[in-house]
Design a protein around this ligand. Structure first.
Ligand code: ADP
Length: 323
């Protein structure tokens, strides 16, 4: 293998740049030419490629987002379109591609790999919903943002004896809500994986105030309600039930931004370098996963056929500690 491509795709997450930097510099250390593919799979379809040298990735380890840009490219799901993309990659002499992104991105990487372009994947999404890796790149930074926000909200909540409902990201996965709520000391956590009853939540809040709590923070994952804002829905219901003043905060895209944490930079550097080493050694069709403190190869077929489950013990722990 002489020339490799690298792309970021799907929702961006903090630490993608650190992974790009690691892949480029590891590639250079192995004597490879590294080509940046711009705008995810869209760049494969349009042939938007540029060579990346050691200097092109200097000063990006601390930057959120991705210098290669990330775009959704629904056309890439069609085999006919992928054939065009493969032709472009072949014409550019690209022997293999390192693909950085979430679940959807890894499906694209699996298709490319099956159809003739070797790929190795790196999990990067703030949702931490990829099977085969304990952590995805970006989730630690997002959690820090959530916890900082909860700290600030608590300061104002305790001054005014209000209940705050805070909505965090997670359409199908309650990971951010659970870990953010646990680490931020939330009183109630609502996630898509666990059924909830808002009358019971209202009762919990009422009892909390009766026991002398100064403030109540309810963290809700966006995915617990399909027909609009989860936090507003919960807020409305609780207001009718308990009559306390309720304030709703939707953290939104600020959870995706910001400088990556030390942890995210660390795993991005390790996963990025390992992906290039393995790809250049002839491995493909695998994702680099962090398991414990080790990096393991996991076949795409395993990654994409299984759901990562939420740790119910942590959910119970958060409940116990919220009294
Ligand atoms: P994420 O990688 O964050 O989960 P998406 O689900 O939006 O984000 O996927 C990102 C891109 O990956 C899509 O725009 C598309 O180009 C590609 N992709 C997603 N699913 C598939 C699939 N089943 N086959 C081929 N490509 C796919």
């Amino acid at each position: 293998m002489k020339k490799i491509g690298i792309l970021t795709s799907g929702g961006d997450s903090p630490g993608m740049n650190a992974a790009i930097r690691a892949a480029v510099r590891q590639g250079k250390a192995l004597g490879l030419t590294v080509i940046g593919i711009n705008s995810g799979y869209e760049g494969c379809l349009t042939g938007d490629l540029e060579e990346l040298g050691v200097k092109d990735v200097s000063g990006i380890i601390e930057e959120g987002g991705t210098i290669l840009r990330s775009k959704r490219a629904p056309k890439f799901k069609e085999k006919r379109e992928r054939t065009k993309a493969i032709r472009n990659l072949n014409q550019a002499g690209i022997d293999g591609v390192v693909v950085i992104g979430g679940d959807g991105t890894l499906r694209g990487a699996q298709a490319l790999n099956r159809e003739g372009v070797p790929t190795v994947g790196i999990p990067a999404t703030i949702d931490n919903d990829v099977y085969g890796t304990d952590m995805t790149i970006g989730v630690d930074t997002a959690l820090n943002t959530v916890v900082q926000s909860l700290d600030r909200i608590r300061t104002t909540a305790s001054a005014l004896e209000r209940t705050f409902i805070v909505e965090v990201m997670g359409r199908n996965s309650g990971y951010i809500a659970l870990m953010g709520g646990l680490s931020g000391g939330a009183e109630v956590i609502l996630i898509p994986e666990v059924e909830y009853n808002l009358d019971e939540v209202a009762e919990e809040i009422y009892q909390g105030y009766k026991r002398g709590k100064q403030h109540m923070i309810v963290v809700v994952a966006e995915g617990i309600y399909d027909e609009g804002s989860a936090a507003h829905y919960v807020g409305q219901h609780l207001k009718e039930q308990i009559g306390f003043e309720i304030r709703v905060t939707v953290l939104g895209h600020m959870q995706r931004g910001g400088n990556p944490s030390a942890f995210d930079r660390g795993i991005a550097s390790r996963l990025g370098a390992e992906a290039v080493k393995r790809l250049s050694n002839g491995e493909s069709g695998t994702m680099m996963g962090l398991q414990g403190n080790e990096i393991k190869s996991v076949d795409y077929s395993d990654v994409l056929s299984q759901e990562k489950e939420i740790d119910m013990e942590l959910y119970e722990l958060a409940k116990t500690l919220s009294q």
